[in-house]
Write a protein that binds this ligand. Structure first.
Ligand SMILES: Cc1cc2nc3c(=O)[nH]c(=O)nc-3n(C[C@H](O)[C@H](O)[C@H](O)COP(=O)(O)OP(=O)(O)OC[C@H]3O[C@@H](n4cnc5c(N)ncnc54)[C@H](O)[C@@H]3O)c2cc1C
Length: 456
């Protein structure tokens, strides 16, 4: 992909304009390149990748936030990378989720057998968990869809599943995916996350998994080389041009069809536009006289987003040294901790360890106070060795996903890839598609590419 100034854009050189170079926009451009189409990307900021990027800091290579790629073997995101990048990037899988409730540690049980020996609660709690676990494991997607408009807590209460430790552990698991607590998270999205499936499995398969566990390794991992290098490889593979520092200010319509975009004051006529711009910005950008169009975009104007806080620690010796995803459930706040250098030693100087700790950013409390709370509240008590070895400390804040998975904002509610304007498509985490985060961005890109293919 070549960088050009906006004044050098010649519309007839391109098949499609993509507004925004986040994961959704770049994956769309990658797939279109493979089909011989030339994209022009207009990006608001001075770099590509959107929220996906990384940089060097005091000798460590740091991503923007902890990025564990879900569905490494079976997801749309890695399918794009395997199909279009040669050689495909390498992923190292994690060893699973380990939830700490005070001095006890356990995983989310994968089978009835594991539930009945779950260390985090007593026998009554285990029996309750076995009952609700069986219900969730055997539930089909169609049935889950019925719960899209109630919260996960309401769902659990309606099934009599009220054991507090179980709810607290589920709260931590759902929090990471939905970006909101279980009293706000859509039950449909929470159930899908817990069952971890985008596809239906056979009844027999579900029953076998339920009784004996999945027997499979965790299909989630970290990319070797970091997110920045990954995004740069995607950009290299795209045969098209990009204009940086070029916010799209207007998308115009004529006779029901997209007619062009305005970026940096330049009007660029175009009849095929893919927008990777967050949906909440679109009402100010799309210019139309039709109520249908304005209603469509205004519906997403007040989308609830989630914000994340990541604390990076560089340790002058290896303390954790494993690939466990540790979730500290109690005492609050829920925190997720990963030793990145145990996946990819090149992100830390030799003999050192890079640890990332992530949580949701709270409104109304200073970042300093939240960081102090992240380091305390159990972390200092259960992992004191970490604190003796800190040589680098770095704090990041960001939104973790463009739309919280609450009732009314589930994958089922999302409008993409089509819009009421012909030739204008939307892509990105908040637009459409199953899964969370990068999977959702990749699923939405697949949707846009097939919609474009139907209309060339
Ligand atoms: C801290 C953190 C941790 C995360 N962890 C994970 C994880 O572990 N696993 C996972 O799968 N996902 C994770 N995610 C989520 C994942 O990174 C995002 O869902 C995904 O990268 C978002 O892609 P997107 O296409 O929706 O767009 P975005 O990244 O939002 O990109 C949109 C692009 O459009 C550009 N833009 C905006 N307005 C305009 C305009 N007017 N004109 C032109 N360009 C414009 C922006 O500058 C940006 O480049 C995490 C995210 C964060 C922030």
């Amino acid at each position: 992909m070549r960088e050009i100034p906006v004044g050098k854009v010649e519309p007839s050189d391109y098949d499609v304009v993509i507004a925004g170079a986040g994961a959704g926009g770049l994956l769309t451009a990658l797939a279109l390149t493979a089909e011989g189409r030339r994209p022009l990307i207009l990006e608001k900021s001075d770099r590509i990748g959107g929220v996906c990027y990384g940089y060097d800091f005091e000798g460590y290579r740091i991503d923007n936030g902890l990025h564990v790629i879900t569905r490494v073997h079976h997801g749309a995101f890695t399918r794009f990378l395997r199909t279009y990048l040669k050689p495909p990037p390498e992923f190292v899988l994690h060893e699973g989720w380990f939830f700490r409730v005070f001095d006890k540690v356990g995983t989310i049980p994968a089978s009835v057998g594991e539930t009945l020996t779950w260390p985090l609660t007593g026998m009554r709690g285990r029996l309750g968990l076995a009952k609700i676990g069986a219900k969730i494991k055997t539930m089909k997607l169609d049935e889950m869809r019925k719960y899209k408009d109630i919260s996960f807590l309401e769902f659990m209460q309606s099934k009599g599943a009220t054991n507090q430790v179980m709810l607290d552990v589920m709260q931590s698991a759902i929090y990471m995916a939905a970006g909101v607590p279980i009293e706000q998270a859509s039950a449909y999205e929470a159930l899908r996350t817990l069952k971890d499936t985008d596809k239906e499995s056979s009844k027999l398969g579900s029953l076998k998994k339920l009784l004996f566990g999945s027997g499979a390794e965790y299909d989630e991992g970290v990319v070797i080389g970091g997110m920045q290098a990954l995004i740069e490889r995607v950009a290299e593979a795209i045969d098209g041009d990009i204009v940086l520092n070029a916010p799209v200010e207007r998308i115009t319509e004529q006779d029901g069809h997209v007619s062009g975009v305005t970026a940096n004051g330049e009007d660029i006529p175009f009849s095929r536009v893919v927008s990777n711009i967050p949906l909440w910005s679109m009402p100010a950008i799309v210019k139309s006289d039709r109520a249908e169009v304005n209603d469509f975009f205004q519906e997403w104007d007040h989308m609830k987003v989630t914000r994340g806080l990541t604390l990076w620690l560089g340790l002058n010796k290896v303390v954790l040294g494993d690939r466990k995803s540790r979730v500290i459930v109690h005492p609050n706040p829920n925190r997720w901790m990963l030793s990145l250098s145990s996946f990819d030693p090149t992100c830390a100087p030799q003999g050192r360890e890079l640890i990332g700790i992530a949580t949701m950013l709270e409104e109304g409390t200073t970042i300093e106070a939240q960081v102090e709370r992240m380091k305390g509240n159990g972390l200092d008590e259960y992992y004191p060795e970490i604190f003796d070895q800190i040589e680098m400390e770095h704090v990041q804040t960001s939104y973790a996903t463009r739309a919280a998975l609450i009732p009314g904002q589930t994958a089922l509610d999302r409008p993409g890839p089509h819009t009421p304007i012909q030739g204008l498509y939307i892509v990105g985490t908040d637009t459409a598609g199953e899964g969370v985060g990068l999977q959702q961005a990749a699923n939405s890109a697949e949707g846009v590419v097939s919609a474009l293919n139907a209309g060339w």
